[in-house]
Design a protein around this ligand. Structure first.
Ligand code: ADP
Ligand code: MG
Length: 382
C-alpha cells in the first residue's frame, strides 16, 4: 500500500464508485466492510473485512491511509472518532452523528431555522399519551431514529392506537413521528464542500419513489420555479456551513403546497446523484475524492443538462416467475448506460444497478422520459 492510500468505510455501490474514482486519480483504496462479498471490497486494493468496532482493524486502516471517508451514515460515531485522532476523516464524526439519527437531525435543522415538516419525538408510551392534541400529526409516519433506509423502519399510522402498536413493533426504539405531507414533488440537492468552505452544486434533481425506494431521478432545465430552486440550494449550503461539512452531501426536499421542507440529509454521495457519472465531466464520487484529499473542486457545467436515472431493483431479476439476469443487450443504444454493482445475489427491493438515459442533441425531457418507459417495459417483458 502506498502512502497515497485513501480509506472508505462501507463497501456497497457508493463505496465502489468512490473506489473507481479514487483509483482513476492514481490512489490506492482500502475498503473497510464486514461483508466479504461487498461490491467495493471486490475491486479495492485492499479489503479489511472486520466489524466497524474492531479497534485493531481500525488501527490497521489508520496505518494504511492518510484520509478516510464513508459511504453510509450508520458507521458508529465512535469508529470515526477513533480514526479522527490520527488521520483526516471527512465528513467529521460530528456531522455523521447528526445525520445518522433522525431525532438529532430534525432537532438540528429546526434549531438552524431550516423548514422541516411537523414532527415530534416518540421514545416512550407516555410520549404518545402526552401528544398535544392541538398539533396536527395524523395521518403520520413513525420512523425509527436510526438504521432506516429505503423506507425501512417506517410505518404509516392514522391514529394513536395504530401509533402505539407501531412503536411497540419497533421494540420501543426512539423514533420521530411526522405528519404525512401531500407532496407536489420531491427533489434533492447534491453538493460538495471543501475544508475552506468552497462549494460546487449539481443541478437540482427531481426524484420519484415507489414504496419508499427511489425509483427514478431526473434533471432538466426549469424543473421547478427558479425562486424555489435558489431557495433549496441556499438551504442546502446553509446546512453544510452549519455542520462545517467537508465532503459530498445530499439534502432531500419535499415540496408541499408550494412550500419547501427539508426531509433528510445524506452525509455522502446519493443515489439521486448517479446521473453525474454519465452526464457530468466530474461525478459526485470524483468530488468526494477531491474534498477528501483537500483539492479544489471541479465546477464544469453539466455535459447533458437533460438526463434521467432509473434504479434497477432485484425485483427485475425475478420477472415472469423465474430468476434470471435482465436482458440488458436488448436496450443497448446511444446515450444509454447500464451500471451493475456486482452484488452477490439479487433480492426483492435490493438495489442491483441503475440505468442512465442521456438527452442527446435535440432530445427533450419528454423524449427521455418516454425512452425510460420503453426501456423499462422491454426489460420487464423479456
Ligand atoms: P429513507 O431514509 O428511507 O430515505 P425518508 O424519510 O427519506 O427515509 O422516506 C422515504 C420516502 O418516504 C420519502 O422520499 C417520501 O417519498 C416518503 N415520505 C417520508 N416522509 C414523508 C412525509 N413526512 N410525508 C410524505 N411522504 C414522506
Ligand atoms: Mg430519504
Amino acid at each position: 500500500m502506498s502512502a497515497k492510500s485513501l480509506g472508505i468505510l462501507g463497501g456497497g455501490q457508493l463505496g465502489r464508485f468512490f473506489t473507481m474514482a479514487a483509483q482513476n486519480m492514481g490512489y490506492s483504496v482500502v475498503v473497510f466492510d464486514p461483508d466479504e462479498k461487498s461490491p467495493a471490497g471486490k475491486i479495492a486494493d485492499k479489503h479489511i473485512c472486520k466489524p466497524y468496532t474492531d479497534v485493531n482493524a481500525l488501527n490497521e486502516l489508520r496505518a494504511y491511509c492518510s484520509a478516510v471517508t464513508t459511504e453510509f451514515e450508520n458507521v458508529p460515531a465512535e469508529t470515526l472518532q477513533h480514526l479522527e485522532k490520527d488521520i483526516i476523516v471527512r465528513p467529521s464524526s460530528k456531522a455523521i452523528s447528526i445525520a445518522q439519527n433522525r431525532i438529532k437531525e430534525k432537532d438540528f435543522l429546526k434549531e438552524c431555522g431550516i423548514p422541516v415538516g411537523t414532527y415530534v419525538v416518540i421514545d416512550s408510551i407516555e410520549s404518545i399519551n402526552n401528544l398535544d392534541p392541538k398539533i396536527l400529526l395524523f395521518p403520520g409516519i413513525l420512523k425509527t431514529a436510526q438504521f432506516g433506509y429505503d423506507g425501512k423502519g417506517q410505518i404509516h399510522v392514522n391514529n394513536k392506537i395504530e401509533l402505539e402498536a407501531a412503536f411497540k413493533s419497533f421494540n420501543r426504539a426512539p423514533c420521530t413521528f411526522e405528519l404525512k405531507l401531500n407532496l407536489d414533488c420531491e427533489f434533492s440537492v447534491v453538493l460538495a464542500r471543501t475544508f475552506n468552505g468552497e462549494f460546487m452544486v449539481y443541478p437540482l434533481i427531481r426524484n420519484q419513489h415507489e414504496s419508499g425506494i427511489l425509483d427514478c431521478s431526473s434533471i432538466y432545465p426549469n424543473s421547478i420555479a427558479e425562486t424555489l430552486e435558489n431557495q433549496a440550494i441556499k438551504l442546502a449550503k446553509r446546512i453544510a456551513n452549519e455542520l462545517s461539512y467537508v465532503g459530498v452531501m445530499a439534502v432531500e426536499f419535499f415540496l408541499s403546497s408550494n412550500t419547501l421542507f427539508v426531509n433528510e440529509i445524506a452525509p455522502r454521495p446519493h443515489n439521486s446523484g448517479h446521473f453525474t457519472i454519465d452526464a457530468c465531466v466530474y461525478n459526485q464520487f470524483d468530488q468526494q475524492v477531491l474534498t477528501l484529499i483537500g483539492n479544489k473542486l471541479k465546477n464544469e457545467a453539466t455535459k447533458f443538462p437533460i438526463s434521467l436515472m432509473l434504479n434497477l431493483l432485484g425485483d427485475l431479476w425475478f420477472r415472469n416467475g423465474k430468476q434470471g439476469e435482465p436482458k440488458f443487450e436488448l436496450i443497448a443504444g446511444s446515450g444509454i448506460s447500464v451500471h451493475l454493482y456486482g452484488k452477490s445475489e439479487p433480492r426483492i427491493g435490493r438495489k442491483m444497478g441503475h440505468i442512465t438515459i442521456l438527452g442527446l442533441e435535440n432530445q427533450t425531457q419528454e423524449d427521455v422520459m418516454n425512452k425510460a418507459d420503453t426501456l423499462r417495459k422491454i426489460l420487464w417483458k423479456n
